[in-house]
Design a binder for this molecule. Structure first.
Ligand code: HEM
Ligand SMILES: *[C@@H]1O[C@H](CO)[C@@H](O)[C@H](O)[C@H]1NC(C)=O
Ligand SMILES: *[C@@H]1O[C@H](CO)[C@@H](O)[C@H](O)[C@H]1NC(C)=O
Ligand SMILES: *[C@@H]1O[C@H](CO)[C@@H](O)[C@H](O)[C@H]1NC(C)=O
Ligand SMILES: *[C@@H]1O[C@H](CO)[C@@H](O)[C@H](O)[C@H]1NC(C)=O
Ligand SMILES: *[C@@H]1O[C@H](CO)[C@@H](O)[C@H](O)[C@H]1NC(C)=O
Length: 329
């Protein structure tokens, strides 16, 4: 062995030279422009990122189960407004109005404190490396998984916005009073299909809604189960109790299952927009399929989440990496 090592000394030198060439080549590759998101984006710069976010999400769900749903919704409300760029996380101040007080967000979005805790842990280990937009994408994935749902490989490399747009938040985040035509066009305007609308609405298998968001459904809609309507009316009167909470999935709001779709079949969708998914004949077969086939729903939900996470990311030298998710440079 030793002999053959000495004999191959020239080729060993040659090996070193080519090794250095490879190093230079891959270094120049690192310098190349980032063209898209990738699952291994933080492989060298912050190998601990996935563990840190997962541990934070598990802890947040232990603190309060609903945090999982709230984190998932943050990613959705981030992505639908100028792409997944952390814009939803920016705080208002005297000279700046962010998206937090937009109609769909005001007194509604939550778990911002959880984002702060996780971001502070990331800053300790890999300062100014992991974007808030990526933090939300990972936290959404981990929340779904730790509430019993599917998982997927999350693409990373998004950068954070320098600004936010409350007007765009009011326009692009879908409303619970919308009909199927409007919902479909909301999704189409960010490049998501009809099927994505049906599968991603399955997120409403977890979490809660306030009385004020489903009141029109229980007083004005015809297309609702009578017994369901009566029980909701007693919790959510025509006047007052605006903030009373009801599980979006009436039976298991802490478990990521397919009961959401079974509820739709019996006209027990909580929001008007939920039941709309099972009004249009075109969506009916997809809803029925998801209600019967849990793994089909899981696969399509994961696909939809990856597509949603791909909406208009800031890449390369666009935007910034925020130190504090609430403040832009
Ligand atoms: C299809 C159009 C959608 C509409 C109209 C809609 C509307 C709503 C409304 C009104 C609430 C209750 C908010 C409140 O009472 O404060 C809610 C909650 C929620 N939404 Fe949606 N949503 C839609 C799609 C989605 C999507 C695509 C996701 C994620 C992929 C999502 C995830 C959630 C979650 C997890 C909650 C519960 C949050 C919590 O408990 O903190 N929604 N949604
Ligand atoms: C947001 O909610 C607060 C507290 O309920 C309210 O005072 C404020 O007017 C709302 N802002 C907007 C823009 O609707
Ligand atoms: C969980 O709750 C504890 C006690 O309030 C808090 O210190 C911690 O930051 C919370 N964890 C997360 C991830 O939000
Ligand atoms: C905010 O969004 C609205 C609606 O998309 C758009 O018309 C407006 O130009 C945007 N404002 C800025 C400052 O980009
Ligand atoms: C859906 O809602 C939009 C906006 O409110 C309305 O213009 C349209 O006529 C509605 N479509 C149907 C099929 O009801
Ligand atoms: C207000 O918020 C914006 C956006 O985060 C930030 O760029 C700006 O520095 C803040 N201004 C003050 C006075 O804190």
């Amino acid at each position: 062995m030793a002999l053959s090592f000495y004999y191959s000394m020239p080729s060993f030198k040659c090996f070193i030279v080519s090794y250095i060439l490879v190093l230079i080549f891959s270094f120049s590759n690192v310098e190349a422009r980032q063209k898209e998101l990738s699952t291994d984006f933080y492989y060298y710069s912050c190998p601990q990122v996935l563990d840190i976010v997962r541990d934070g999400v598990v802890e947040a769900i232990k603190n309060e189960t609903r945090n999982g749903a709230s984190l998932l919704r943050l990613h959705f409300h981030d992505c639908f407004v100028n792409g997944c760029d952390g814009s939803v996380l920016l705080d208002d101040n005297t000279t700046f109005t962010g998206e937090k007080t937009a109609f769909p967000n005001n007194n509604s979005l939550r778990a911002f404190d959880v984002v702060d805790v996780i971001k502070a842990r990331l800053e300790k280990v890999c300062p100014l490396v992991v974007s808030c937009a990526d933090l939300l994408a990972i936290a959404a994935r981990d929340s779904v998984f730790h509430l019993g749902g599917p998982t997927w490989e999350v693409k990373l490399g998004r950068r954070d916005s320098l600004t936010a747009n409350i007007t765009a938040a009011n326009i692009f985040i879908p409303s619970p009073s919308s009909n199927i035509t409007v919902l479909k066009s909301n999704f189409a305007s960010v490049g998501l299909s009809f099927k994505d609308l049906v599968s991603l609405s399955g997120a409403h298998t977890i979490g809660y809604a306030r009385c004020t968001t489903f009141r029109p459904r229980i007083y004005n809609d015809g297309n609702i189960s009578p017994s369901f309507k009566d029980s909701l009316r007693s919790k959510c009167p025509q006047v007052g109790s605006d903030d009373v909470l009801q599980g979006l999935d009436l039976k298991t709001p802490s478990h990521f299952d397919n009961l959401y779709y079974k509820n739709l079949l019996t006209k027990k969708g909580l929001l008007h927009s939920d039941q709309e998914i099972y009004n249009s004949n075109k969506a009916d077969p997809i809803v029925r399929k998801f209600s019967r086939d849990l793994s089909k729903f899981y696969r399509d939900f994961a696909k939809g989440m990856i597509k949603m996470g791909d909406i208009s990311p800031l890449l390369d030298n666009q935007g910034e990496i925020r130190q504090n998710c609430r403040v832009a440079r």
